[in-house]
Design a protein around this ligand. Structure first.
Ligand SMILES: [Zn+2]
Length: 500
């Protein structure tokens, strides 16, 4: 659906001459005129050279006529696409947002793990964010409160810090909830939704005690509330990937809940194809399920987490050399595994557990959108997906493998996430599109040059080939360079928000 603003008339004011005939007066000067770019809009299929006029943070004119702007971007030879939307972004520091922006991302949302307290998380970012931001309510933190291992008043709103505190309390993760605890969690989730959270996020690898019965409770709750669920479904150490995905389908089918299964690549592993078929089959039967992928064979892990224990390695037939230590970049041996478990403070790992053919299959599959799963960088080191995910899609799949058309790639990084979220986050109805009436979140890039540069050895190298990134009408990347100190990012609130 295209959005037209009532204010559109100011863009080209019509005056009546003395004879009553219409006379077109001199053109309106827009805040920004993006000239002669190849405008691509996945929703309408527009793929043509146009001039785009931006006024007050909105796209108000798309035309073949010359237009004037207080600022002018010559986009000849460049693609003018909707700003990229990352539904899976864990870290919202300035450092990481800068890398996201340089990768073309205009909105980044923490939906998998979620946050709590929601008001603290949003409140600390308003007015100080390069790109748009949003989050779900954290099922894990709310659950920790219900078990009494965390106190709501003591939570900082810095989710990774709070999660670490909760994770150190052993036991509650594996226990089942009582009806009373679920009722308490319902109330806390309600509170988070009221403060603007977009749905509920579940990381079942960390809370295996949340059994199917508990999940059905929250799926029922969310279906009633008409809010979505973002689920890192049960997997490693609990069930096979396909069984984990079946639980998602079963839950959505029984309750009518909307469920987004995060990172189908690292959750699907050797069963990625079967999981994709299952989810696609569910969609065809009218079940509200969706999924996403990040384009890397390495998952994030941590030496200090039970998921990277020797028992898990043995169970999944992984070798020590499949683990790469982020701080030094080296592949581990049994000896260095033991050593760094004692001596590496961050313990950050990249676990090389996926096959390239499964990543390709997932990226090229029609039901997947792209989400980075990017996390925090420690001393500038971390998984390259936080810096390179979106540009990598264009380099690897549009240019090199030629398995995605340019329009399909644009669709997977912008329109599909916006479409997935729009019923639950009203601000997404006007994002992910280059249309009159859309919000001016725009990524302008050279299709022949856009490329990721971050690697497993150097995960924080910014992407290249992206000329301009416009967030709510303001450039945060200009002439291929990051613009310091500009903070136009807006909060993305959910449909239950009472005070946006
Ligand atoms: Zn995950």
């Amino acid at each position: 659906m295209a959005y037209r603003l009532a204010t559109l008339t100011i863009a080209g004011s019509l005056l009546f001459g003395c004879g009553g005939e219409k006379v077109q007066t001199s053109e309106k000067t827009y805040d920004l005129a993006i000239m002669n770019g190849r405008v691509m809009d996945p929703e309408t299929g527009l793929d043509a050279v146009r001039n785009v006029g931006v006024l007050n943070g909105e796209i108000v004119s798309i035309s073949q006529q010359p237009i004037k702007g207080a600022k002018v971007i010559d986009a000849a030879g460049l693609v003018v696409a909707p700003g990229f939307i990352d539904m899976h972004a864990h870290d919202h520091s300035d450092f990481t947002h800068r890398l996201h922006a340089q990768d073309g991302v205009t909105s980044a949302l923490e939906l998998e793990s979620g946050v709590f307290p929601v008001d603290k998380w949003y409140g600390s970012r308003i007015g100080g964010s390069t790109i748009n931001f949003g989050a779900s309510v954290s099922h894990g933190l709310v659950r920790a409160i219900a078990f009494g291992v965390m106190k709501e008043a003591e939570l900082t709103g810095d989710t990774s810090q709070d999660e670490n505190v909760a994770a150190r309390q052993i036991g509650w993760q594996n226990q089942n909830t009582t009806l009373e605890q679920r009722a308490q969690m319902d109330a806390l989730i309600h509170k988070g939704l009221k403060y603007g959270a977009v749905g509920v996020g579940y990381h079942l690898a960390y809370t295996p005690g949340a059994d199917h019965e508990e999940m059905l409770h929250f799926y029922e709750f969310s279906a009633k509330e008409k809010v979505p669920n973002f689920v890192h479904y049960r997997s490693i150490g609990q069930v096979t990937p396909l069984e984990g995905a079946r639980e998602i389908i079963d839950g959505a089918e029984k309750t009518g809940a909307a469920i987004h299964a995060v990172h189908v690549n690292s959750s699907g592993l050797w069963q990625t194809r079967e999981v994709l078929e299952l989810l696609e089959g569910g969609q065809k039967r009218g079940i509200d399920v969706s999924t996403e992928v990040y384009p890397y064979t390495g998952a994030h892990a941590n030496l200090h987490s039970p998921i990277a224990s020797k028992e898990t390695l043995a169970r999944f037939k992984l070798d020590y050399s499949d683990l790469q230590l982020v701080s030094t970049g080296e592949r581990l041996t049994e000896k260095t595994y033991d050593y760094y478990k004692e001596h590496d403070a961050s313990g950050e790992l990249i676990a090389h557990v996926m096959k390239q053919e499964n990543i390709d299959l997932a990226v090229e599959h029609p039901i997947t959108s792209i989400g980075s799963d990017g996390g925090a960088y420690v001393d500038g080191k971390g998984h390259p997906r936080g810096a390179g995910t979106f540009s990598r899609i264009f380099r690897q799949y549009v240019r090199e493998r030629q398995t995605l058309s340019l329009m399909d790639a644009v669709k997977k990084v912008s329109y599909m996430p916006a479409k997935r979220l729009e019923n639950f986050a009203p601000a997404m109805k006007r994002r992910g599109r280059i249309q009159e009436g859309a919000i001016a979140d725009i990524t302008i890039f050279n299709a022949n040059e856009i490329a990721d540069q971050a690697t497993f050895a150097d995960g924080a190298l910014p992407s290249k080939g992206i000329a301009y990134v416009i967030v709510n009408g303001q450039a945060v990347v200009s002439d291929y360079k990051f613009v310091e100190g500009v903070k136009p990012g807006q909060p993305i609130y959910g449909n239950k928000a009472e005070q946006p």
